[in-house]
Design a protein. Structure first.
Length: 343
């Protein structure tokens, strides 16, 4: 049996673990990624046996220079331990071109270079990302994995539910309902196009309501976004992390709206596909390539002049499109790649 570690014990790691073939024991590491070398060394001492592999994941850094340097030292230590004990190193590269959070660019470049050089193979989260990854990362040792069906049921935020069910526009017949959740990270451009999207709906004579829910920081961008949202009656704003149950989303929303500047696969695509809800996006970053290839929504042009066409085309998407996408893209792909690469 193959046995090894993967950083972070979030839903993605847990789903990959549960979907591995019986001959793979994938162990998610809880706690800070700075602790990874200690966790690895303690396992070796306790079990008197080395694992077969170690999987790096996100290489985000911290606002603190000290913590970022500690993270660098931690990653160097893991790589050295893996070299000494002949443990294979892999990297799930979630963000091909850049990390989602970068405070110290030079240190991040060093860390990415180091992990690329140390990795026996690099896993990107879509086969369609392979040509981009090989060019951007400067290596051919890249292969594709994926996320999969989203089955975890989330407990509904009752206060948010009551707010929506009492909102006049949200409950008006014929209104198009769009959901946006998450924080406005630098790469998350959809937050910047909310007002323009509302104006485009108004331009084609369609009523629309957009629910925006997420934690906003104190940056100038966030302040400006919040000011514009508060002034618009077509926006229902929750200025906090808000959990909507999948059943509520499926029964009440027509579209997700997501626009990203980077070369990554948003987990939202798997959530929307699992709920059979199309994604509206724009021609930025990698997401439109994915949406067009598998017909999971529609790519709006810069001026949103094709919005009416987008609405009609999304209505025509057969449920089999989502089923086919989730059949071909499943959580077992990481385990399969580990088997291939550890032989």
């Amino acid at each position: 049996m193959l046995k090894g570690f993967i950083q972070k014990d979030d839903n993605k790691s847990l789903n990959w673990k549960e979907s591995c073939a019986p001959e793979v024991d994938l162990i998610p590491l809880a706690g800070s990624q700075i602790l990874s070398p200690l966790q690895l060394l303690l396992h070796i001492i306790k079990n008197k046996k080395t694992p077969d592999f170690f999987v790096f994941r996100y290489l985000n850094d911290y606002p603190s220079a000290l913590r970022t340097i500690l993270r660098l030292i931690s990653e160097i230590s893991v790589i050295v331990l893996c070299f000494i004990f002949r443990i294979r190193v892999f990297w799930v590269c979630h963000n091909v071109d850049k990390e989602s959070i970068v405070n110290f660019k030079f240190i991040t470049r060093i860390r990415r270079w180091m992990v690329i050089k140390a990795s026996d193979n690099i896993f990107v989260t879509s086969q369609l990302l392979l040509p981009f990854a090989k060019r951007i990362l400067g290596t051919t040792k890249v292969c594709g994995i994926s996320f999969g069906q989203v089955n975890i049921e989330q407990e509904m935020d009752l206060e948010a539910k009551n707010t929506l069910l009492k909102h006049q526009l949200f409950n008006q017949e014929g209104v198009v309902k769009i959901i946006i959740t998450g924080s406005p990270a630098e790469k998350s451009l959809h937050f910047d196009y909310v007002i323009k999207l509302i104006e485009a709906f108004e331009g084609i004579g369609k009523l629309v309501v957009i629910v925006v829910a997420g934690e906003f920081d104190n940056s100038l961008r966030s302040i400006k976004l919040l000011d514009s949202y508060r002034e618009n009656k077509a926006i229902i704003l929750f200025e906090r992390y808000t959990c909507f149950s999948f059943e509520f989303i499926k029964n009440n929303f027509d579209f997700y709206f997501r626009v990203y500047s980077d070369y990554s696969v948003p987990y939202t695509v798997y959530e929307s596909s699992s709920l059979r809800i199309p994604v509206l996006t724009m021609n930025k970053g990698f997401l439109p390539t994915l949406i067009n290839q598998y017909n999971l929504g529609y790519v709006l042009n810069k001026e949103f002049t094709n919005l009416a066409c987008a609405i009609e085309c999304c209505k025509a998407i057969d449920e089999k499109q989502y089923q086919s996408f989730l059949y071909d893209h499943h959580w077992g792909t990481l385990g399969n790649q580990l088997i291939r690469n550890c032989k």
